[in-house]
Every structure is written in structure tokens, then in C-alpha cells.
Design a protein around this ligand. Structure first.
Ligand SMILES: [Zn+2]
Length: 376
């Protein structure tokens, strides 16, 4: 991974390069940033630079044998550690037991997530941990000589999942690492790190991506329409993993599509009792889902105005298509501004912890009225 592969973050890149060029890269460093912020990529880029045999002033060379090995995540002096779902039956006790799957996930998309990893490990309800065995393994690995004569690096994803006992074993090593040994940690919630660990690390805070950066990245890297990119970047709130997951998961579109159609059917027929039921059920889906639905609705309204509501909506049933055909004239130049205001307003309040039930009922009732607007 080259620094130049990662979009934005120019100040941070400059800060890291200054450390490197000044020979001041700390031996224990923490990159802390929300999911999908690119913190792991920054850590990998630094790793590649530290191991590169012909580094440039601004990046690793990307071509030497060390760089090539890091790019495949198969450098003998680069060790990975991450939370795992321990299993006695499958003999899974350390990261190494699941290394192949982890590498596969990261290489597939550098914007992975806890959720994706849990799914890959086979159980989305079980949390991974970094256990005591893992610490023993790390100590063993780092006590060996460097295979290639250069730096030795331990890259740990989500050190906040380390338990006290395991962490205690690492304290001394983190404090006084062997020569040319680096600990690079990547966390999402540094406040959950054990204080004994956190106090030994120098922290670099990685900010979220801007909507513009997400837009640009998706346009360059994902083969999707600009409309889809817009929805994905607006519902992602700076989380690149979420934007990509949304685009990759057609089920998401289906979920929003059927939620949207049910909702509009209720608003169109002004069925208050069923609307209340719908609001009850939908508000249980959680804040993120509702925010996503609001933005999806905005996007669908825009499509109604442009007259291509049915374009590029995969998996729509005949019944749904015919509803949309009937429905679309009711969103028009007379009410679109108010519709947008209502949705944007609702989104704003959802962000600030409004009660989803009250909010969605209010929005629905406003929709009842707006849909009555004479279209002529
Ligand atoms: Zn290189």
C-alpha cells in the first residue's frame, strides 16, 4: 500500500513522512480513527515504507521485493494480529489460525469492517478477542531475528479487544522493544484501550473522510452510476467501508426499496392506522436504517421528478413497478422543494437523537398533505 493510493489525508501523510524522514517514527504508534476512515491503510503504508529497501522521500518505492511482499501482506518480518472468534473445536487460538482469511479480506477491499470480519469468521453475533495466547505468540515472533535484516513490525488491528491478562504480557515489550521493532496499532475506539497500553503509545488521530472524498473515491474505484455514488456517499457519513458495503450489497437496495414503497403506499392512501403500525415496526430498525431510508426516499423523489424512477432499480417486482408508475406524478415541481425540506430536516434531527417513532410519524403526516398538492 502506497500513501498515494489513499485518497485525501494530506496533512497526516505529511506528518508521518516527516517522522520517517527525521528518523523519528515511534516504536509504538497508534492510528485511531472511526471505521472506514482509512486508518488501517495509513498503517499499512507506513509499514511498507519502514520495510522498503529503496524508499523515496514521499512514499515507499512500491517496486522492491519488500514492497511487493508487503503488498501481498506476506513479508516475513511483518506480523498481523487481530481479534478472532476463539474456537476449541476448530483449534482457533491465535490470529495465525485465521491469517489467510484476514489477508484475503484486506486485499479484497482495504476498507473492511468489524462486521465484514465477523461475517468472514462465520458468526456475526460473536465478538472477536485478542487473547493471552496471542500475546505469547507475539512475544515469540518478535524475539526472533529479522528475516530480511531490516525492521520487524507487528501490526495490530483493534487493540481495544485485548484483554487485561494478555495486554499485561505485552507491556514490557512495547515499552522496550528489541532493536528496529515497531508496534503499529490501529484502533477505532482508543478510549476503550487499556490505559496501561494507551499510555505507552504515541497516537495519530485519523479524521473521517469528507463526502467529497468518498464521492471521488467511489467514482474512480467502483463501477456504478453517479446516482448510486451519491446515495452511498450521503448515507455513509464519512465511513468509506459503509459506502462500499452499501454499493456491494444489492440487498440494501431491496430493503430500502420495499420500505420506501410500503411507506409511500401508506402515505398515498392516507391510511393512518397502518401508518402508525409501519412507523412502529420501522423505527425499531435503528437510527442508521432510518437515516438511510430518508436519503433513499430523497433519491427516489428526485428520480420521480426526472421521470426515471424505474431506471437502474434492480429486483423490482411488477407490482412495485406499477405502484411507482402510479405514484411518481404525485411528486412534482410544486411539492419537491417541501419534500426535500421535510426529509433533510428529519435527517438532521435523526442525527441529533430525535425519537424515531415521533419523527417518522410527523414526516408521514407531512407526506399525506404534500402528496395532495395539485400537480397542475
Ligand atoms: Zn520498496
Amino acid at each position: 500500500m502506497l500513501f498515494s493510493n489513499l485518497i485525501g489525508k494530506n496533512n497526516l501523510k505529511a506528518q508521518i513522512l516527516a517522522l520517517y524522514n527525521g528518523n523519528r517514527v515511534p516504536h509504538a504508534l497508534l492510528f485511531n480513527g472511526n471505521e472506514g476512515s482509512g486508518a488501517f491503510q495509513l498503517a499499512l503504508s507506513l509499514t511498507q515504507l519502514l520495510l522498503c529497501s529503496s524508499p523515496l522521500k514521499t512514499d515507499s518505492c512500491g517496486a522492491c521485493s519488500s514492497c511487493l511482499k508487503v503488498q501481498k501482506m506476506m513479508h516475513p518480518d511483518l506480523h498481523f494480529s487481530f481479534p478472532i472468534q476463539l474456537s476449541q473445536t476448530n483449534k482457533i487460538t491465535t490470529s495465525d489460525d485465521l491469517l489467510e482469511g484476514f489477508i484475503e479480506m484486506v486485499l479484497e477491499s482495504p476498507f473492511f469492517s468489524r462486521e465484514l470480519w465477523a461475517e468472514k469468521m462465520g458468526n456475526t453475533n460473536k465478538q472477536g478477542i485478542i487473547g493471552t495466547k496471542e500475546s505469547q505468540q507475539i512475544i515469540k515472533k518478535l524475539s526472533l531475528k529479522s528475516y530480511e535484516g531490516g525492521a520487524k513490525i507487528l501490526l495490530m488491528w483493534l487493540p481495544e479487544e485485548m484483554k487485561q491478562q494478555g495486554a499485561n504480557k505485552l507491556l514490557k515489550l512495547i515499552e522496550e522493544p528489541p532493536e528496529k521493532t515497531h508496534f503499529i496499532f490501529v484502533s477505532e475506539k482508543k478510549e476503550q484501550l487499556l490505559p496501561t497500553i494507551q499510555s505507552r503509545l504515541q497516537t495519530i488521530d485519523v479524521p473521517d473522510f469528507s463526502e467529497l472524498e468518498i464521492n471521488q473515491y467511489l467514482i474512480e474505484n467502483q463501477n456504478v452510476s453517479t446516482e448510486q455514488v451519491e446515495v452511498a456517499s450521503s448515507i455513509s457519513f464519512g465511513n468509506m467501508s459503509k459506502a462500499i458495503q452499501y454499493l456491494n450489497n444489492e440487498n440494501n437496495h431491496d430493503v430500502y426499496l420495499s420500505l420506501f414503497i410500503n411507506w409511500m403506499r401508506l402515505c398515498y392512501t392516507r391510511n393512518i392506522a397502518d401508518t402508525i403500525d409501519w412507523v412502529d415496526t420501522t423505527s425499531k430498525e435503528g437510527k442508521e436504517q432510518i437515516k438511510g431510508l430518508l436519503l433513499y426516499t430523497l433519491e427516489m423523489f428526485r428520480k420521480c421528478i426526472l421521470g426515471h424512477y424505474s431506471v437502474e432499480i434492480k429486483g423490482m417486482s411488477k407490482e412495485q413497478a406499477s405502484f411507482l408508475k402510479k405514484f411518481s406524478p404525485f411528486v412534482n415541481h410544486k411539492n419537491i422543494v417541501q419534500f426535500s425540506e421535510v426529509i433533510n430536516d428529519a435527517h438532521f434531527h435523526m442525527e441529533r437523537n430525535a425519537n424515531p417513532k415521533i419523527l417518522m410519524l410527523d414526516v408521514s403526516i407531512l407526506f399525506f398533505r404534500l402528496l395532495k398538492t395539485d400537480k397542475k
